[in-house]
Unconditional design. Structure first.
Length: 561
């Protein structure tokens, strides 16, 4: 911190001050300013999302690796992964992580939300949240009559699936005896089928493109470019946010409420810097305790995945497009016509399956890709190949976010404790063996070369465990660090209306509040959460409960398929 800091009184004020313009913040900004009754101020530290690296779906590996768009967080050495430090990207840009994510759209399974309600998040069962998913979206190609939206801001579509490998993957799943599904975001998540993406007219359809930018022509909505340092309180009531622009520390005033939508990494950090969190930890850093909430920063969860890669005997994969000339052609076609390979994230086939009999709903997710490459675009495998990215959905491992220092500019300490639960390795070994079984089906006969990764020689439990420790990657779905739950649960941070327990005038509305991680990618549930939270904030009558019945495999007790 420089010593030239000067302190001012409130430089701006609004009825609602939202910290963060990401998936949740963009939604809340649009909904809270919608009827013109209230003024809304969004605080965003990142810059513009204009530019081909963000807007072109096929370029998804770039923004995540650019300091300009990403906070650059990383984990502490992870003890169960040979002390590797894993990247924890979060969007530092208009649209937040929805501007740098993989654009995969998954609502989660109905039973995920029923579990939320059973564990204390009253009013967040599937029947409660389904209408908010529906309100958020315009579905292109989803199943009719299964609760898909027709006129929401978020356009959800499907890739063209022109590469024959996409169909081979779904066929192979069927040949292995698994279900197929025409729409995993409809009533039947379980099975193999097309993957959905937040892409519209060839462009990334981030929460900023869907919600925030169309609302910025309203007089009662403004975005302020600044760094949020902490929440300002008058007694126990949140009345504003202390922000920094350059060397100047200022305050913005919230006449009604302060709303945190800063991510499951930054929201708990801000709560702790503001005196809300585990008392002993706050005192360690010389922070005065306003509300002792041990759950702040705890309950951190994520999805991990492995890339199971197979060589392809036919030159039909995207490997031929990884050279500079092809990339330039794809880029030009996208730039001028919004057509071609640039318009898809290339995740066009998916699967959700159950790992064993007695599991009621899917606990394994697949993303299928017609090239053997890492998510971050690094180290493409030699030659033509294809891959399935696979991982368990409900690991019992839990980590935490803690402060490294009381300096607001310091990154927090992030420790996921990945693979720390005894079941984790068994679940991942099953994922690898199951993927080999699927890749070995007849549908892949005309394409199948040697196994690139893990490699045919990696077979025993010990060999697979060593491979997992070395190669497992985050799917970048952190959540849970300010859990929503019952008032008498000491680990709850917010109540079922997203209000921070123990203070007034403060809510958290992002993935921090998920009691347990949902099936699949989190952008969809993050948007739904902010849709519903906006109605709570405005005191509106909630949307009528859904009476749709999700499909559960009738064979779930005796079979995994």
């Amino acid at each position: 911190m420089s010593h030239g800091l000067t302190q001012f009184d409130y430089v701006q004020e609004a009825d609602y001050v939202i910290v963060g313009s990401g998936s949740a913040g963009s939604v809340a900004a649009a909904r809270l300013s919608e009827d013109g009754k209230y003024s809304v101020l969004v605080l965003e530290y990142g810059g513009t999302d204009i530019g081909p690296f963000i807007q072109m779906p096929a370029a998804l590996s770039y923004p995540m690796n650019m300091a300009r768009y990403d906070w650059g967080f990383g984990t502490e050495p992870e003890p169960h992964l040979n002390n590797r430090r894993l990247a924890t990207p979060r969007g530092k840009v208009i649209g937040g992580s929805s501007s740098i994510n993989g654009m995969v759209y998954v609502r989660g399974h109905a039973k995920d939300f029923d579990h939320w309600e059973e564990t204390g998040a009253k009013g967040w069962s599937y029947a409660d949240v389904q209408p908010y998913f529906q309100r958020a979206e315009t579905s292109h190609g989803g199943a009719e009559g299964e609760g898909r939206g027709t006129d929401g801001p978020l356009h959800v579509g499907r890739g063209p699936r022109e590469n024959p490998l996409f169909e081979a993957f779904v066929k192979a799943g069927k040949q292995a005896g698994f279900e197929t599904t025409a729409d995993y975001n409809g009533l039947k998540q379980e099975g193999f089928g097309p993957m959905e993406q937040t892409v519209h007219k060839g462009r990334r359809w981030s929460a900023a493109n869907a919600y925030l930018k169309p609302s910025l022509n309203r007089d009662n909505l403004k975005v302020m470019n600044c760094f949020a340092r902490k929440i300002v309180f008058d007694g126990r009531r949140a009345v504003g946010v202390e922000v920094q622009r350059g060397d100047t520390v200022e305050r913005v005033r919230a006449k009604r409420e302060v709303i945190l939508a800063a991510s499951s990494i930054n929201s708990p950090k801000l709560l702790m810097l503001s005196g809300i969190g585990p008392a002993a930890h706050l005192k360690e850093h010389g922070i005065e305790v306003l509300a002792d909430r041990p759950g702040v920063g705890a309950n951190l969860q994520d999805h991990l995945e492995l890339y199971i890669q197979q060589a392809c005997t036919q030159p039909i994969t995207l490997y031929s497009k990884l050279n500079l000339f092809s990339k330039a052609l794809i880029g030009a076609q996208w730039l001028f016509f919004k057509t071609g390979l640039g318009t898809s994230n290339q995740f066009e086939s998916a699967a959700f399956v159950r790992s064993r009999p007695g599991i009621e709903y899917p606990d394994i997710q697949y993303h299928f890709l017609p090239v053997a490459i890492r998510y971050d675009g690094k180290a493409p495998a030699e030659g033509h190949g294809y891959q399935a990215q696979v991982g368990p959905m409900r690991s019992k491992s839990r980590g935490n976010i803690t402060l490294a220092s009381a300096d607001p500019m310091a990154s927090p300490r992030i420790k996921f404790n990945y693979m720390s639960h005894e079941d984790d390795f068994a679940e991942f070994r099953h994922c690898i063996r199951l993927t080999r079984e699927i890749m070995g089906q007849q549908a892949f006969d005309e394409f199948r070369g040697k196994e690139i990764a893990p490699g045919a020689d990696v077979q025993s439990d010990d060999q697979l465990d060593a491979y997992i420790r070395d190669h497992v990657e985050s799917a970048y779905h952190p959540c849970g660090t300010a859990k929503m739950g019952a008032l008498d649960d000491p680990m709850s941070v917010v109540d079922s209306e997203c209000r921070v327990i123990g203070v007034d005038g403060l809510r958290v509305i992002d993935t921090s509040i998920f009691p347990r991680i949902t099936n699949g990618n989190l952008n969809g549930p993050a948007i739904m959460t902010a849709e519903k939270a906006s109605d709570h904030i405005l005191g509106k009558t909630l949307l009528a409960k859904s009476n749709l019945e999700p499909w559960v495999n009738p064979r779930w007790q005796e079979s995994d398929r």
